[in-house]
Design a binder for this molecule. Structure first.
Ligand SMILES: [Zn+2]
Length: 161
């Protein structure tokens, strides 16, 4: 990547994070967040499955070259806190805030998907991107169970027999 490409990638990530920061949603209510993630994945040409663990998304980048399956995860939900920051990208949802960094985590995962999708067949195997709903205190089994059932459709996890 050239310096100008790096700068534009950086700005894209910052914009993504700020857009997500403005639309914080509680666990299993991450509808706007999921819509934003799907829009980005569509732009990247990365296939995905929605409704995983209710509002979660599982995307994948699969190389034509055989190889292991690796998964990355980011949490999507926000907290029931009012934002007192005075910034242009302040929360638009009264009483809710991305105070734990899930807006950054989700942006980073989309950034990783962007970079890996652009690498094509340079990396063998499959990379799965799990956008996990309701990380903050909500019961995890629903999301975990859904991921366990959707990931095997796409390949064998690294290190499995
Ligand atoms: Zn958190």
């Amino acid at each position: 990547m050239s310096n100008s490409q790096l700068l534009s990638f950086h700005n894209w990530l910052v914009d993504l994070r700020r857009e997500l920061h403005q639309i914080p949603e509680l666990g299993y209510q991450e509808e706007k967040t999921a819509t934003k993630i799907c829009r980005v994945l569509d732009e990247l040409g990365v296939p995905y499955q929605t409704g995983v663990g209710k509002t979660g998304i599982v995307a994948r980048v699969k190389s034509p070259k055989e190889g292991p399956l690796v998964a990355y995860r980011a949490d999507m939900d926000a907290l029931p806190l009012a934002e007192s920051n005075d910034v242009p990208y302040k929360s638009l949802h009264p009483g809710l805030m991305h105070a734990c960094g899930h807006d950054a985590h989700t942006s980073m995962l989309m950034g990783a998907a962007s970079v890996l999708a652009a690498m094509g067949d340079e990396i063998p195997g499959t990379v799965v991107f799990i956008f996990q709903p309701a990380e903050e205190g909500a019961p995890a089994p629903l999301a975990t169970r859904s991921c366990r059932t959707s990931i095997p459709m796409w390949g064998r996890p690294a290190g499995s027999a």
